[in-house]
Design a protein around this ligand. Structure first.
Ligand SMILES: [Zn+2]
Length: 275
């Protein structure tokens, strides 16, 4: 298996494990690799250091939040030149996160900026910067992940990315609270070449979501376009490998084909990230 989305310490909140222990757990569990994600730090150098400790693939990336000035092409260029495989559009500092009342950096201490970021059509003034970022992702053949931006912004972004030559596109947990995208819209976006992510975090922590709802979403999108990830790292979630295995088992128990579901947590995310 290959987990395209896991959080580890150090972070602005407490995490289940640090980078090295997270990677050791994947290696012990027979995983081929993972992508370390952080909302407020590049994981590129961290992934390279953690990869040295085990014989599995470990990749990093960059989320475009306040710590890099949001939609900042220079930050993206630096991350990609250093080996980033995934660029997440704004996550915890997306305008959707603020509207939904979900955790942000500004909640960590008083007085920090509450600025949020948006793409066209929500904030048309960012178009030139977003196009520059998209061109950099295309040139590096890296993964464009939509982050927490709204469905309207995704609908604007994906055709732009495709036209610019981006081959690897991931709808970041589309059925999560942010962006709360319908399966029908997600399916539409898969027709533009994107994959749709479903996470164990949703199964364990998203209000009014259960395995049946996630299985229905996966069915409607089509299992050939679904990527299963743990999004683990919370202190009250299982270890990341256990979390991803749990999601697989719960979806299989809902009647989805085991071989197809297992591919969504192995070949599909690996292919999307690497080759
Ligand atoms: Zn996450």
């Amino acid at each position: 298996m290959f987990d395209l989305h896991v959080h580890a310490a150090p972070d602005i909140v407490e995490r289940f494990d640090d980078d090295v222990d997270t990677v050791a757990r994947y290696a012990a569990a027979g995983f081929t690799g993972c992508v370390l994600k952080a909302h407020y730090e590049s994981t590129v150098g961290r992934a390279a250091a953690a990869a040295r400790t085990q014989g599995i693939a470990v990749y990093g990336g960059l989320a475009l939040n306040q710590h890099v000035g949001g939609l900042n092409p220079s930050a993206v260029a630096a991350a990609l030149a250093s080996g980033a495989r995934v660029i997440w559009f704004p996550t915890a500092d997306s305008h959707t996160q603020a509207s939904a009342g979900l955790p942000r950096l500004c909640g960590v201490r008083a007085g920090l900026s509450t600025h949020t970021y948006a793409l066209p059509p929500v904030d048309p003034t960012t178009e030139a910067r977003v196009r520059e970022i998209v061109a950099l992702i295309a040139e590096a053949d890296a993964v464009l992940a939509t982050g927490h931006i709204s469905t309207d912004e995704v609908a604007w972004l994906l055709p732009v990315a495709r036209a610019a030559g981006v081959r690897r596109m991931l709808l970041t947990h589309p059925s999560y609270t942010v962006p709360a995208m319908s399966a029908a819209r997600a399916r539409e976006f898969t027709e533009l070449g994107a994959c749709a992510e479903i996470t164990t975090f949703q199964l364990l922590h998203q209000d009014s979501v259960d395995a049946a709802a996630l299985a229905a979403f996966a069915r409607e999108v089509g299992l050939d376009r679904v990527v299963l990830t743990s999004d683990a790292g919370q202190v009250d979630s299982p270890s990341a490998p256990d979390a991803l295995r749990l999601l697989v088992e719960r979806l299989v128990a809902e009647g989805l084909d085991r071989g197809a579901v297992e591919a969504c947590a192995a070949e599909l995310p690996y292919r999307l990230t690497v080759n």
